[in-house]
Design a protein around this ligand. Structure first.
Ligand SMILES: Nc1ncnc2c1ncn2[C@@H]1O[C@H](COP(=O)(O)OP(=O)(O)OP(=O)(O)O)[C@@H](O)[C@H]1O
Length: 370
C-alpha cells in the first residue's frame, strides 16, 4: 500500500440484467492510496459497478483489473478488496474485538495476533478500549466504525464502501466524513466510495466519477468537475446551478449567447461554441446583485465582469452567512443567486441589477458537450 500507480482498472465494463442495462460500457481507473467516489442518482448503476469490482457480480462484457490481474473468474474472497455496506452487519453475539478479528480468524490467524490487530484497528477508528463491549451497546456511529475496523483489519488494497453513512443522522454523518478522511490518510489504501450524495463525494474524494444511466459522464478532482462540468447533467448534479436554455448566434463575427429573449441575458462565451440551441450553466455564487440603478458596487475581485442586467427579486432567503435570492429575468427565466457575507439591501419585490464575470457561464451545445 501507499505506492503510486494504477490499482484498479475498469475497461469497457457492461452489465445487463435481462433487458435492463445497469452499466453501459464504463472506463475508469483508481490509483493506489486514492479516495475515489462514484456518484450519481438512484438506479444509475453504482452498486452494480461496486459489486463487479468486489466479484459479487460478473460483467456481461469488459474487464475488471486489480493490481495488474484480470479478475475474470476470481471469486470475491480471493480479491484484495473488502466491503462496507450501508446496513451494518456486525455479529450481535460477539464482542467488538471478536467482530473486528472475525476475518483474521477465518484466514487462520492465531488468537493473540488477532486480539493485537483488532486493538490496533479499534485504536485507528478511535474506539481503543471498546474491545469487550457488545455491538448492541454502541451508538450507530460507533457501530459503523467497528464495521470499518473489521473491513480494514486484513489490510485490503481497496476498501469498497457502499453508502456507509446514509443510515446515520446528519450530525453523525458529518463527523463520520471527517473520520473517514482521517482513517483513509492513516491506512494509505485506496477507498472506493459509492454514494448518491454529491456533497459527501465532493468533501471526501481525491477524484470522483459522475455516473448517469449506466454511463460515466466525467472523472476528475471535485473542483475541476464543479468548475468545468462536462455536460449539463454534471453541472446540475454536482452543486447547485442555474441551467438555462439559450441560443448561440453570430453577431459581427463573434458568437453571442442569448437567454430569455430581448430583455434577457446576453454574453460572449468564454470558449468557442457553435451556432444553435445551447444549455448554459451559471453557478448562483458567480452572480452578483445590487439594487437597480443604485450606486453599483460592481466589482468581481479582479475578474472581468460582463454587462449588467435587470430583474425582479421574487424570493429572498436569509441564511446567516449567506442570502439566497431568486431573480425573475422575464419570459419565464428565473435565476438563483447566492450572496455571501452581509446581504445586499435588495428586498423581495424590488428591481435589482445583476452581473457575472465573462468566464462564469459554461455553455453546452445541443450535443451536451462544453
Ligand atoms: N439483480 C438485479 N436484477 C435486475 N435488475 C437489477 C439488479 N441489480 C440492479 N438492477 C437494476 O440495475 C440498475 C442499476 O442498479 P444499481 O443498484 O446498480 O443502482 P445504484 O446507482 O446503486 O442505485 P441506488 O443509489 O438506488 O442504490 C437499476 O435499474 C436496477 O433496478
Amino acid at each position: 500500500m501507499g505506492v503510486d500507480g494504477e490499482l484498479i482498472r475498469l475497461a469497457d465494463v457492461r452489465k445487463e440484467f435481462g433487458d435492463v442495462t445497469a452499466v453501459d460500457g464504463i472506463d475508469f481507473s483508481i490509483e493506489r492510496g486514492e479516495f475515489f467516489s462514484l456518484v450519481g442518482p438512484s438506479g444509475c448503476g453504482k452498486t452494480t459497478t461496486l459489486r463487479m469490482i468486489s466479484g459479487f457480480e460478473t460483467p456481461t462484457d469488459g474487464q475488471v483489473v486489480i493490481d495488474g490481474r484480470d479478475m475474470q473468474g476470481v471469486p470475491p474472497d480471493a480479491r484484495d478488496t473488502n466491503l462496507v455496506f450501508q446496513h451494518l452487519s456486525l455479529f450481535p453475539h460477539m464482542s467488538v474485538a471478536e467482530n473486528v478479528g472475525y476475518g483474521l480468524k477465518k484466514s487462520g490467524v492465531g488468537k493473540t495476533e488477532r486480539e493485537d490487530r483488532a486493538s490496533e484497528y479499534l485504536e485507528l477508528v478511535d474506539l481503543g478500549g471498546y474491545e469487550d463491549r457488545n455491538p448492541g451497546d454502541l451508538s450507530g456511529g460507533q457501530q459503523q466504525r467497528v464495521a470499518l475496523a473489521r473491513a480494514l483489519v486484513n489490510e485490503p488494497s481497496v476498501l469498497l464502501l457502499d453508502e456507509p453513512l446514509s443510515s446515520l443522522d446528519r450530525k453523525l454523518r458529518k463527523q463520520m466524513q471527517v473520520e473517514l478522511r482521517r482513517i483513509h490518510e492513516k491506512t494509505q489504501g485506496a477507498f472506493f466510495y459509492v454514494t448518491h450524495d454529491q456533497e459527501v463525494a465532493m468533501t471526501l474524494s481525491d477524484r470522483l466519477a459522475v455516473m448517469n444511466e449506466g454511463k460515466i459522464e466525467q472523472v476528475g478532482p471535485p473542483e475541476e468537475i464543479y468548475r468545468n462540468p462536462a455536460s449539463p447533467f454534471v453541472a446540475d448534479f454536482i452543486g447547485d446551478t442555474n441551467l438555462l436554455d439559450g441560443e448561440a448566434h453570430d453577431e459581427e463575427g463573434r458568437t453571442v449567447v442569448k437567454v430569455g429573449g430581448r430583455d434577457g441575458i446576453e454574453f460572449v462565451p468564454d470558449e468557442s461554441v457553435g451556432e444553435g440551441p445551447v444549455s448554459v450553466s451559471i453557478r448562483p455564487e458567480d452572480i452578483s446583485l445590487a439594487d437597480a440603478g443604485g450606486p453599483s458596487a460592481k466589482s468581481d475581485g479582479g475578474r472581468s465582469a460582463g454587462e449588467t442586467f435587470e430583474g425582479e427579486i421574487v424570493e429572498r432567503y436569509f441564511q446567516g452567512d449567506q442570502t439566497n435570492y431568486v431573480v425573475d429575468v422575464g419570459e419565464g427565466v428565473e435565476l438563483s443567486v447566492v450572496m455571501q457575507g452581509r446581504s445586499t439591501p435588495v428586498e423581495r419585490g424590488e428591481r435589482a441589477s445583476f452581473w457575472f464575470a465573462d468566464d462564469a457561464p459554461v455553455v453546452f451545445d445541443s450535443a451536451g458537450s462544453s
